[in-house]
Design a protein around this ligand. Structure first.
Ligand SMILES: *[C@@H]1O[C@H](CO)[C@@H](O)[C@H](O)[C@H]1NC(C)=O
Length: 384
């Protein structure tokens, strides 16, 4: 009985579910993160990550493992022995690199550092020693002290406390890599980043500091100060004025700048042509309220160009879809009825109400409807 019923309901269910599924299924979304290559870090940075992780481990195990001994003195003694124990070292190493973004590089550094870490641990380590310098600089030799670079940890050129005049970085600073030349910040150039780059001007200077600031956007090839009056020359899109300096040219003053179905948008130093609204035939701005004339099939209502009537094609397609739905529903009822008359009658009545309702809705909204169907009694047909 149950299986028969569900057999009967299947076509109906399919009919209801299919459109719902088709409407909600979305195209597979594209995850841009999957394509970004995994960030890699250098050996020195990996060592730094490893040391940070090791220090976290020291912190995590600093309160000891044997809390809650029988007596206070006993607890104290156990804590002391744990502090320097192999067990604690193993506890630290177990949690190593787990939370790091670069856990792979961190683990591989941890492996290389293992013998030095054990040596350090065996020497009854004072936890305040600089573990970073001991492991990464002195033993693994992947890093250098600050402001030193390259295989031999050569000091960066220039003022050692402030390489590249504080306006750049010495290549390889703090690592065993690089050649020590300056990589200047934006706006600076020169071997020691002591000159202003093109399109920048010197805005401040004393014994310790120099500051370069960008020229005005309208300047070409440099400037004396930061305003449009200080330019050496003007960029394209600007014209030179003796009093005002470089001024933006309004390209849109030229009425023929864009095509007939576009409008012109001026911007500083440039312009853009954008398409008119589809309601327009020629326009002076965006939207159906900025038309010169209305496009074919649209007419002026106040400020706006409004569509004259519904697109016939669209309406016809909708009507066909609607009729197909009705036929589907009626066929489903037809399948159901011979198998279960009471259920079939109820469904038939519901289908009838649905169709009449839908047609009535279409009619009052000015669509073409099946007006005759209103006088049609489906239930009567089913009962004969
Ligand atoms: C130093 O390295 C940078 C970038 O790695 C390179 O552009 C530059 O030519 C090198 N300079 C010297 C002197 O080797």
């Amino acid at each position: 009985m149950v299986s028969e019923k569900s057999n009967v309901l299947n076509p109906l269910l399919v009919l209801i579910l299919v459109p719902a599924v088709f409407c909600t299924v979305q195209p597979p979304t594209f995850n841009p993160e999957m394509l970004t290559p995994m960030r890699t870090i250098g050996d020195c940075q990996a060592c730094r990550v490893f040391i940070e992780s090791f220090k976290e481990g020291l912190e995590r195990t600093s309160r000891g493992k044997y809390e809650g001994g029988d007596a206070a003195w006993e607890e104290e003694k156990l804590k002391k022995s744990y502090k320097r124990s192999e067990i604690r070292l193993v506890d630290i190493q177990e949690g190593l690199c787990k939370t790091s973004k670069f856990s792979f590089q961190c683990h591989s550094m941890a492996e290389k550092a293992e013998e030095f870490i054990e040596e350090w641990w065996a020497q009854d380590p004072d936890e305040s020693t600089d573990l970073y310098a001991y492991i990464c600089i002195d033993n693994l030799k992947v890093c250098c002290p600050e402001h030193h670079y390259g295989k031999e940890c050569t000091p960066c050129p220039g003022d050692h406390s402030k390489p590249c005049n504080g306006n750049g970085k010495c290549r390889g600073d703090g690592t065993r890599k690089g050649n020590g030349t300056c990589s200047c910040d934006a706006g600076y150039e020169g071997q020691f980043c002591d000159k202003c780059a093109v399109e920048y001007y010197l805005s401040y200077k004393d014994e310790n500091k120099m500051l370069c600031s960008p020229c005005h956007v309208s300047c070409l090839g440099g400037c004396r100060q930061g305003t449009q009056k200080d330019c050496v020359a003007c960029k394209t899109g600007f014209s030179f004025d003796t009093d005002e300096g470089c001024l933006d040219i309004n390209e849109c003053d030229d009425v023929d700048r864009c095509t007939r179905d576009q409008f012109c948008l001026n911007s500083i130093g440039s312009f853009k042509c954008a398409d008119c609204d589809r309601a327009c035939s020629g326009c002076y701005g965006d939207g159906p309220d900025s038309c010169r004339k209305c496009a074919k099939g649209y007419s002026k209502k106040g400020e706006f160009c409004i569509e004259d009537r519904e697109d016939e094609d669209q309406s016809e397609k909708l009507t066909t879809t609607r009729y197909l739905t009705y036929i589907g529903l009626i066929i489903a009822t037809g399948i159901l009825l011979p198998k279960s008359t009471p259920l079939g009658s109820i469904v038939g009545a519901m289908v009838l109400i649905y169709i009449v309702g839908a047609e009535y809705y279409c009619m009052i909204n000015g669509h073409t409807g099946l007006v005759n169907l209103k006088d049609f009694n489906l239930i009567q047909i089913f009962h004969t």
